[in-house]
Design a binder for this molecule. Structure first.
Ligand code: BEZ
Length: 209
């Protein structure tokens, strides 16, 4: 086995990083990437990461030639073009836009979930902006309702960019927002998630509390 040629700024709790890790597992590219742990929050940046990504966000992927890719969507697209198996992001046609739109919906769930996490975990309780927190939770609920009503068959059909993104978003809800009890209102999504959670890629990347 040759030495990894790329470096991924990584934190196991990040759902965005998890998407990249799941794709690396699914496409048998894990050995091409070294992981560099990044401990960060919006108010405690990672200086090494800032050198490579001025936005100070993970994941960022340093390539062999020194170029750095971010954000997770760009990294997924890049890595999906580096293997010989079936693409996990359709290259063209209506399927491409549909699967990327589902992935964007999942990313929106992650965005709202991570912002809630920062507000609740980093700010003093008396400073919490409750109206804003409720609006973020509503965003998550609306997105889950659409997935439950419209996307179960599509998610079941392929474990691709859409399914990986939704699975990682749900995994993050379990990690940080179990109080939302998302399974209660979304039983089909819960059943789908139970199945995909058994995949080796999902088991290997399961974040720990
Ligand atoms: C978390 O601990 O919830 C977290 C860590 C890194 C990125 C996003 C979230």
């Amino acid at each position: 086995m040759s030495a990894p040629s790329m470096t991924l700024f990584h934190n196991p709790a990040s759902p965005y990083v998890r998407k990249v890790m799941v794709l690396l597992h699914e496409t048998a590219q894990l050995d091409r990437v070294a992981l560099q742990h990044s401990q960060l929050s919006p108010v405690s940046p990672d200086a090494a990461l800032n050198q490579d990504n001025p936005l100070g966000k993970i994941p960022a992927l340093r390539l062999a030639d020194g170029n750095v890719l971010y954000d997770s969507r760009v990294i997924l697209d890049y890595l999906d073009q580096q293997h010989v198996g079936n693409p996990l992001i359709p290259r063209e046609g209506p399927a491409r836009w549909r699967r990327l739109t589902l992935a964007a919906l999942a990313d929106g769930i992650m965005d709202a979930s991570v912002m809630i996490r920062y507000e609740v975990a980093l700010r003093a309780p008396e400073k919490h902006w409750d109206q804003w927190l409720d609006a973020q939770r509503d965003k998550i609920r609306r997105a889950l309702t659409v997935l439950e009503a419209e996307a179960i068959a599509e998610l079941t059909s392929h474990f691709d960019v859409a399914a990986i993104s939704v699975a990682c978003a749900l995994g993050y809800l379990d990690l940080r927002h179990s109080d939302l009890d998302w399974r209660e209102a979304n039983p089909q999504l819960a059943a789908w998630y139970f199945e995909v959670s058994q995949r080796a890629s999902m088991l290997a990347t399961m974040p720990k509390v």
